[in-house]
Design a protein around this ligand. Sequence first.
Ligand SMILES: Nc1nc2c(c(=O)[nH]1)N=C([C@H](O)[C@H](O)COP(=O)(O)OP(=O)(O)OP(=O)(O)O)CN2
Ligand code: ZN
Length: 140
Amino acid sequence: MMSERTGFITRVQSFSACHRLHSKSLSDEENKRIFGKCNNPNGHGHNYTVEVTVRGKIDKNTGMVMNLTDLKEYIEEAIMKPFDHKNLDLDVPYFADVVSTTENLSVFIWDSMVKLLPPDSLHEIRIYETDKNIVVYRGE
Ligand SMILES: Nc1nc2c(c(=O)[nH]1)N=C([C@H](O)[C@H](O)COP(=O)(O)OP(=O)(O)OP(=O)(O)O)CN2
Ligand SMILES: [Zn+2]
């Protein structure tokens, strides 16, 4: 009997949000020096694209690692509802004291998704903040 193979599935979801790179633990001068134009009090926006990748056995009966429709619902819950068309720094309590970098966003999304997915199945969160700025987080 052939053992079940292991596969990786990814669901891609885009959302729009604005933010400002600012750290309460730094002075105004340090914030300006470190974050530059991204520290502008007016804030700025991104059309983020998030790729959520799940790893698991390909079920011999369903042929699925998991139903992508379920993954879509989890992403709606963990990403779209809290972030889409929001100000990350003002509308998301987590970012009241955490700088809304894409690295920190990837950690937050990981921690939210891991609660919704089967144990040990979340493989990677990949976020495109711009076409050129990409962050990957794998739970380390
Ligand atoms: N390590 C990180 N560095 C930066 C982040 C981040 O999340 N992690 N974010 C930003 C800003 O949010 C900014 O909006 C993106 O910076 P930038 O590269 O300047 O983007 P632009 O599209 O304006 O410029 P390009 O030259 O076209 O990339 C900054 N740093
Ligand atoms: Zn930005």
